[in-house]
Design a protein around this ligand. Structure first.
Ligand code: ADP
Length: 187
């Protein structure tokens, strides 16, 4: 199973990835988590990524594509994986297609979490109090939402044309969203 979770910042991709990881034995690959780890370890990758992440912009395609290309070749990806936060641009989506073609694999579903913008801002501001993520402040949140509209939203039609998109209502309790997610992908 190869699953892509798509949606604006704060839509619940990371939270719901965890519920799938717990139910199916497949792993989650979050580019945001990988990048944040690199930033905290001050590796070369982290130093490059930090300036983009702090402003709410996207880390360049070649950097994230390189991360994913290496990660999906690890043995723990052989049963499948959930991509959380990747792809985020047409370039990344095309690179992913090329990678999967090489391994003779296919995307099963792309789930889009629909959450109104007002609710996203409330969620991200509340997360900033709990987790202290440096990009969860109002200016950066607004920028991330704008970047999502400009660069990522067009991927909905990119995948819709291939019949892969599953829209779900991302509002309500975690349990409600989990139920909608599971039934949208037939598990
Ligand atoms: P959110 O979905 O809340 O924005 P993420 O953890 O997915 O959180 O991403 C945090 C930041 O990491 C993004 O604002 C961006 O700077 C960087 N990032 C994560 N994934 C990608 C990606 N696929 N392409 C480019 N930048 C990325």
């Amino acid at each position: 199973m190869i699953l892509i979770l798509m949606g604006p910042p704060g839509a619940g991709k990371g939270t719901q990835s965890q519920s799938i990881v717990d139910s199916l034995s497949i792993i989650q690959i979050s580019t945001g988590d990988i990048l944040r780890k690199a930033v905290s370890e001050e590796t070369d990758l982290g130093l490059t990524a930090k300036k983009y992440m702090d402003s709410g912009g996207l880390v360049p395609d070649e950097v994230v594509v390189g991360i994913i290309a290496e990660r999906v070749q690890e043995p723990d990806c052989s049963n499948g994986f959930i991509l959380d936060g990747f792809p985020r641009t047409k370039g990344q989506a095309t690179a992913l297609d090329e990678m999967l073609e090489k391994f003779n694999k296919q995307i099963n579903h792309v789930v889009y979490f629909d959450v109104p913008e007002k609710e996203l801002i409330v969620r991200l501001l509340s997360r900033s109090q709990k987790e202290g993520r440096s990009d969860d402040n109002l200016d950066t949140i607004k920028n991330r939402l704008q970047v999502f509209k400009e660069k990522t939203e067009e991927l909905i039609s990119f995948y819709q044309l291939r019949g892969l998109i599953r829209y779900i209502d991302g509002t309500g309790s975690e349990e409600d969203v989990k139920e909608r997610l599971f039934s949208s992908i037939g598990i």
